[in-house]
Design a protein around this ligand. Structure first.
Ligand code: SAH
Length: 393
């Protein structure tokens, strides 16, 4: 299928030949009368067809969906979603005791601009490109055709993810079905997922495996779950036999979600307390040696490369506090979800923090994002979550 044409400058097809899916605006020589969100066919300067994708006004001008002449139609989305589904099935994520997972992770599932999380029978879909916004009904329809009646409801939530300047006025709403129930299951633990008002798609599925690892270290420990949001790490710690768990988040809404989730899994639990307080304030005021397992999972400190330097200072400061206060023999789970901060930079920030606090620290595990957030090998930018598990003498 041939769409409106985008013609590249000489030599600018190189990265595309290596299947990197983005065309930057500076690489374009000329194009037909193309509008925001249009499907386009990309050609080299010499006239070779490179692939088909979505056009967008901005620095990333085209996101390639197919490196051939495939038509981007209902059958295309059905086939890509089925491939994504089969991979999650192969990962063992679709089970009676686990029905929360990421079905589509943008470039990692060869669908740049699209994110879909599954909570029970509800799919929460986010478009990051105008092209995906225009394709939303095709995608929603394809979702309902996945095997075993997996998806019954599709909630479209792109009010904050689409470029503001595109004036698309996306309304958060059900495209298919309706609200049924908001309790999903992760490794046998239950969670209320607030996709209507919560952050992102309502829950951070990307910490599933890291939470499982934490469970193994929780026995008998006093745990501080900093930046707890819906309380994910807290329930794993409680199930793992923690002596006590304190959950902290500056958002009162997050704290009430955490409390509701604790009650759902551990009714009458007296080992858990939660605090709606700023993280830095809490860390500054808490007693030394009060905790021997601390989790630091802050929001992305650097949303863009320009904020990198301040972000690294932020990670260092935060970790200094934890190193200063954690009890001897303590374990620190520390994370960064900033895409702009790479593994080495994060490790260096944490290393500096340990040195400032003058603690003897060893790395036990180096963590990353789980397999349902796959990294397209041709698109290394897809790697974003980094974590270290540290033993502090
Ligand atoms: N660990 C969570 C995800 C954390 S998301 C999980 O497993 O699901 C980041 C959280 O940090 C958000 O809930 C946000 O409300 C909270 N937050 C942001 N800034 C904060 C601050 N200064 N102090 C405490 N919490 C903060």
């Amino acid at each position: 299928m041939v769409y409106k044409r985008v013609i590249l400058r000489r030599g600018k097809e190189e990265s595309l030949k290596r299947f990197h899916p983005w065309v930057f605006s500076g690489a374009i020589e000329r194009m037909d009368d193309v509008e925001e969100g249009d499907l386009v066919s990309v050609y080299s300067h010499e006239g070779e067809h490179i692939g088909n994708g979505h056009y967008q006004i901005g620095s990333i001008a085209v996101r390639i969906l197919a490196f051939d002449d495939s038509e981007i139609d209902a059958a295309f989305f059905e086939q890509r979603l089925l491939a994504a589904y089969k991979m999650r099935q192969a990962l063992g994520l679709i089970r009676e005791d686990n029905n929360a997972f990421r079905l589509v992770h943008g470039e990692g599932d060869f669908l740049p601009g699209l994110v879909i999380d599954i909570y029970g029978h509800t799919a929460v879909m986010q478009a990051h490109s105008p092209g995906m916004h225009f394709a939303r009904n095709l995608i929603a329809d394809a979702l309902t055709r996945l095997p075993d009646g997996l998806v019954k409801n599709v909630y479209y939530k792109s009010e904050t993810t689409l470029p503001y300047k595109a004036h698309l006025d996306p309304q958060n709403a059900y495209i298919v079905g309706e609200y049924d129930q908001d309790v999903a299951m992760e490794n046998g633990l239950q969670f209320h997922v607030d996709w209507l008002k919560g952050q992102k798609t309502g829950f951070f599925v990307d910490q599933r495996e890291n939470r499982s690892l934490l469970e193994h270290y929780a026995q008998g420990r006093r745990v501080l779950n900093m930046f707890c949001y819906t309380g994910g790490f807290s329930f794993y710690a409680l199930r793992g036999g923690a002596q006590l768990v304190h959950s902290v988040d500056s958002s009162a809404k997050a704290i009430s979600l955490t409390d509701a989730n604790v009650a759902l899994n551990f009714p009458e639990c007296d080992r858990h307390e939660s605090f709606a307080v700023d993280a830095f304030k809490y860390l500054a005021e808490m007693e030394k040696d009060a905790y021997d397992l601390i989790i630091l999972d802050p929001p992305a400190f650097a949303k863009h490369k320009t904020a990198l330097k301040n972000a690294l200072i932020g990670y260092r400061k935060l970790n200094v506090k934890a190193f200063e206060k954690i009890a001897s023999g303590g374990i620190l789970f520390t994370f960064s979800c900033s895409q702009a901060v790479n593994k080495e930079q994060f490790r260096l920030a944490v290393f500096s923090a340990a040195a400032i606090a003058r603690r003897k620290v060893r790395i036990l595990h180096q963590l990353t994002q789980p397999a349902d957030h796959p990294i397209n090998i041709y698109h290394p930018e897809g790697e974003y979550l980094k974590g270290l598990v540290l033993y502090v003498e």
